[in-house]
Write a protein that binds this ligand. Structure first.
Ligand SMILES: Cc1cc2nc3c(=O)[nH]c(=O)nc-3n(C[C@H](O)[C@H](O)[C@H](O)COP(=O)(O)OP(=O)(O)OC[C@H]3O[C@@H](n4cnc5c(N)ncnc54)[C@H](O)[C@@H]3O)c2cc1C
Length: 403
C-alpha cells in the first residue's frame, strides 16, 4: 500500500481547492458552520448543490454518462477532503448518494432519463421510506401495502423517521406487494410522488427541538407501476444495494478532522491551560487519523478493484462513535454557555423550542457554544440510523469472525 499522493493527485487536490474557493460564498460557509446536524438548512444545501452542479461536481461518483466524473478512488477522497477543508456544506444524500445509484443500476432507460438529471438539478428531491413503526432493524417485516389498481399501485400504511420528508417531492419506498414465508420476498422498491392527496407528512420534534425527520402516512395514495425499480416482489436486492451506499463508500475522516481542529481553535479560550481536555482532544485527533488510515487503505484496495464489503460496517461504527465523542468534547468546552440551549436541562418541563437561533440575548456565549448541545443531541442518531451500530456489529461478527 502506497499512501503518498502522486504529483497528479496533489495537482488535482489544488485544482479542486481553487474551484471550491470560487464556488463557496460566505453565506454558504456560514450555513455549514452553523449546521446543528449532519445537514445544513435546506436552502443552504440546495444552493450549494446548484453551484456544484454548475461546476459539474454535484455527483462526481456517478457514471460519466449520467453526469459523473471518471475519477480514481483517490481523487474522490481528495475531493471529499478539500470540501471538508473548505468548510463546504453537505448536500442531502437521499437522492444523489442513494437512490440515484439504484436507478442507474436497476432502473429502465426511461427512469434513468427522467430522474437522474432532475436529481442533479434538485427539481426532484427524494426522501427515504424504508423504516416503519415496528420495522427498523428488522426491516423485512415492513407492512406498507401496494395493491395493483389499473396502471397504478394503491398505497396504504406509514413510514417513520423519514429525513427531509417535509422538503421532498418524491419518496423511495419499500412496499409489500405479496406475502411469503420469507419476509424478504414480496417486497417492491417503488418511487412515489409526495404531492398528492393520499400522502400526509407529520414532522417529528427530536430531542434537539428540531424537525428534520417526519412520519409519512399513505391513505389510498397512488404511484404508477412504471415507478417500480427492478422487479415487483424482488425489491429486497435493490434495497440492500442502496444500503451499501448509505453505510459506506464515502470519506468520513476529512470532515471529522475539521471538526476536531475547529473545536481546538474554539476551545482555545474557554479551556486554555486544561491539560486533561487537551489530552482528550489529542486522543480524538489520533482516532481521526486512524480512521483516515483505514479509509485510505480501503481506497487503495478499491483502486485495485476490491469491494468495501463488510468494512462499510466497521467504518460506520468508527465514524459515528467518533463523531458522537467530538460533540461530547464540544459540550464540555462550551460549558454553561451551551446549557441555555438545552431545553430540558436549562428549563425542565419547558416547551421544546423549534427554532435553532434563539431571540437576542438568550445566549450569552459564542455561536459555537450555543450549537454544541444541539449537535450533541443530533449526533446521538448517528449510531441508530443507516442500520444501528449493534446491527453493524452483528454483520461483522458473522462475516468477519464467523460467529
Ligand atoms: C435521525 C434519524 C434519521 C433517520 N432517517 C431515516 C430515513 O430517512 N429513512 C428511513 O427509512 N429511516 C430513517 N431512520 C430510521 C433508522 O433506520 C432506524 O431508526 C434504525 O434502523 C433502527 O430501527 P428502530 O428505530 O426501529 O429501532 P429497533 O430496530 O427497534 O432497535 C431498537 C434497539 O435494539 C437494537 N437491536 C435491534 N435488533 C437487534 C439485533 N438483532 N441485535 C442487537 N441489537 C438489536 C438496536 O440496535 C437498537 O438499539 C432514521 C433514524 C434516525 C434516528
Amino acid at each position: 500500500m502506497n499512501l503518498d499522493w502522486s504529483d497528479e493527485e496533489t495537482a488535482f487536490a489544488a485544482e479542486m481547492r481553487d474551484i471550491l474557493a470560487h464556488a463557496l460564498t460566505p453565506e454558504l460557509r456560514a450555513g455549514a458552520e452553523g449546521a446543528t446536524s449532519v445537514y445544513p438548512d435546506h436552502h443552504v444545501s440546495m444552493d450549494w448543490q446548484a453551484r456544484l452542479h454548475a461546476e459539474g461536481l454535484a455527483a462526481p461518483h456517478w457514471l460519466p454518462e449520467h453526469g459523473g466524473r471518471d475519477w480514481t478512488p483517490a481523487q474522490y477522497y481528495l475531493y471529499a477532503r478539500e470540501r471538508a477543508r473548505a468548510g463546504a456544506p453537505s448536500v442531502s444524500p437521499m437522492g444523489i448518494h442513494m437512490v440515484a445509484h439504484v436507478i442507474a443500476a436497476f432502473g429502465t432507460d426511461e427512469q434513468r432519463a427522467y430522474f437522474l438529471p432532475r436529481i442533479l438539478t434538485g427539481e426532484v428531491f427524494f426522501c427515504q421510506g424504508y423504516s416503519e413503526p415496528g420495522s427498523g432493524s428488522d426491516l423485512a417485516s415492513l407492512q406498507m401495502s401496494a395493491v395493483p389498481d389499473g396502471d397504478d399501485f394503491l398505497l396504504n400504511g406509514s413510514k417513520i423517521w423519514t429525513t427531509h420528508a417535509s422538503e421532498a417531492n418524491w419518496i423511495f419506498c419499500l412496499v409489500r406487494t405479496s406475502k411469503h414465508e420469507r419476509p424478504q420476498q414480496g417486497i417492491t422498491f417503488l418511487l412515489v410522488p409526495m404531492d398528492q392527496p393520499g400522502v400526509t407528512v407529520r414532522p417529528l420534534t427530536m430531542i434537539s427541538g428540531e424537525q428534520i425527520q417526519a412520519e409519512v402516512f399513505f391513505d389510498d395514495a397512488r404511484s404508477a407501476r412504471s415507478n417500480v425499480i427492478g422487479e415487483v416482489d424482488r425489491g429486497w436486492t435493490v434495497a440492500k444495494y442502496l444500503l451499501e451506499f448509505e453505510r459506506g463508500g464515502s470519506a468520513h475522516a476529512p470532515a471529522l478532522a475539521m471538526r476536531v481542529d475547529s473545536l481546538a481553535r474554539q476551545a482555545g479560550e474557554t479551556m486554555a491551560g486544561d491539560q486533561v481536555f487537551a489530552q482528550k482532544l489529542a486522543r480524538a485527533r489520533i482516532r481521526v487519523d486512524i480512521l483516515e488510515m483505514i479509509e485510505l487503505k480501503l481506497l487503495s484496495g478499491a483502486g485495485q478493484g476490491e469491494s468495501v464489503g463488510v468494512m462499510a460496517s466497521m467504518l460506520k461504527i468508527m465514524s459515528t462513535e467518533l463523531a458522537q465523542h467530538i460533540t461530547e468534547l464540544a459540550c464540555e468546552a462550551a460549558g454553561p454557555a451551551g446549557l441555555a440551549f438545552q431545553p430540558h436541562a436549562g428549563m425542565p418541563g419547558a416547551e421544546v423550542p423549534v427554532h435553532v437561533v434563539p431571540a437576542d440575548g438568550y445566549v450569552t456565549g459564542e455561536p459555537w457554544q450555543a450549537i454544541a448541545p444541539l449537535r450533541y443531541f443530533n449526533e446521538r442518531a448517528g449510531s441508530i440510523y443507516a442500520g444501528s451500530n449493534e446491527i453493524q456489529r452483528n454483520i461483522l461478527a458473522k462475516a468477519v469472525l464467523g460467529l
